[in-house]
Design a protein around this ligand. Structure first.
Ligand code: URA
Length: 188
């Protein structure tokens, strides 16, 4: 079994799909690796590609602000990554073959971290983690229990930048995550 550092090093050389050709940086993931809480987004945007870190652009800053308000800190209690580790040009949705090529990295990250809660940020993460045919507006805010993981989806923070009315719903979802997190920590 790889350590997270070894897995990242291996990923840095990945050429499994066309996205490697245009990357500035592969964005592997960031945060605490012995944690119960993991967030998964879609794929890096321009800022993430430039800096090599997930969720550091405008959408990421919005998410980080909401998480901080719930006392979730990247350096303290969660890990965050994406379905695809390389940026699709013009921030298009990753294709199925790009997602499939990258999913083995996410599966290994999950095996290493062993989170109890996995939060899917947006439709792409929900599709590959919860249900291939799901609609984000139908399943968001609901818990799914699979193989000992609690799974939940909420809107992608970029969707909140386009539609302010989603902020309230995402906040409700994140409060559910916080309640579950507190409950799990009490049991540990
Ligand atoms: N959007 C994502 O889905 N992931 C990032 O890392 C940044 C923006």
């Amino acid at each position: 079994m790889f350590t997270m550092e070894e897995l990242e090093q291996y990923a840095q050389g990945c050429r499994e799909c066309r996205l490697h050709k245009k990357r500035t940086n592969l964005v592997f993931g960031e945060g605490v690796t012995n944690t119960v809480l993991m967030f998964v987004g879609e794929a890096p945007g321009a800022d993430e590609d430039r800096l090599g870190k997930p969720f550091v652009g405008k959408a990421g800053q919005l998410l980080t602000k909401a998480l901080t308000a719930l006392d979730f800190e990247r350096s303290k209690n969660y890990y965050i990554t994406n379905i695809c580790k390389c940026r699709p040009e013009n921030n298009r949705t990753p294709t199925e073959d790009e997602a499939e090529a990258c999913l083995p990295f996410l599966r290994r990250q999950v095996l290493l971290i062993k989170p109890k809660i996995i939060v899917c940020l947006g439709a792409t993460a929900a599709k590959y983690i919860i249900d291939r045919n799901s609609r984000i507006s139908d399943i968001r805010g609901q818990w799914f229990e699979r193989k000992g993981y609690y799974l939940i989806a909420t809107f992608h923070p970029a969707a909140l930048l386009r539609d302010e009315s989603k902020k309230r719903l995402m906040w409700d979802d994140l409060k559910k995550v916080k309640a579950k997190y507190d409950e799990i920590l009490k049991e540990l």
